[in-house]
Design a protein around this ligand. Sequence first.
Ligand code: URA
Length: 276
Amino acid sequence: MSRAVCNCMRLGLPRCFRTYTRWIGFSEMMSIAAGARCLAKQCCQPWQHRNIRYARDIRFRLEMREQNEEYARPAQPPDTSSLATVREAAAYCTACHLYKRGTQTVFGEGPKRAAMVLIGEQPGDYEDVAGKPFVGPAGKIMDRALADAGIDRSQVYVTNAVKHFKWEPRGKRRIHQKPNSREIAACRPWLEAELRIVRPNLVVAMGATAAQAIFGPGFRVTRERGKVLSSKLAPRVVATVHPSSLLRQPDEESREREYKHFVADLRAASRAADEE
Ligand code: URA
């Protein structure tokens, strides 16, 4: 490990530190401080990519703050086989403007060697606060369906196509907004990194956003639902509805019917995940 000059020194981060603190808020200052830990340790490697990213992203944030506009560019996850490192890098993602609205990045969760990965759309209100995927009402119904399909949630990796909560205010409530194709594309490298590291046998794409993140905008869940498909991201992919669609059913009868169909899709996915 080199102990000579670390990258944040090369980037001139400490020299700019005072200028930046006059412009930016507390959380960004903390980001710089976290990046600058490496200076104190005088070690390059573990913090290297983070420091480069901090400096670049902080400069970018300052520019965007001035322009105050929506933007999206592809995220750049670190090239590593460590899920923890990717998760940490994602916590500071500014690839699209959604980081300004969300409380935090909600990264995927589950075993690194999970045979099955479940992908949803984006964190909701509860997930945004908790920092964990599928812990709100949609998560509860998904958990019940997983149990009914004989799948142990603790054995699957659960994530979202978009890692920040997109919402708009309505009174005191934060109302979910669907992410657009540019936001999905900006976040896709995080999903690719998760799938590259976990290497599941099978992915379940729940809802149009997840399915389109994998197969592109032309994909229709209604046409392809329940079929075992394949993509560059995973050898087997099953698309199904999003669990929140079950909560939106108009009456008990259709809720029950749709729930059973969702469980059947999960059961089929589980069987396909066990195939060699
Ligand atoms: N809906 C999603 O798509 N993901 C979550 O994590 C929660 C609700």
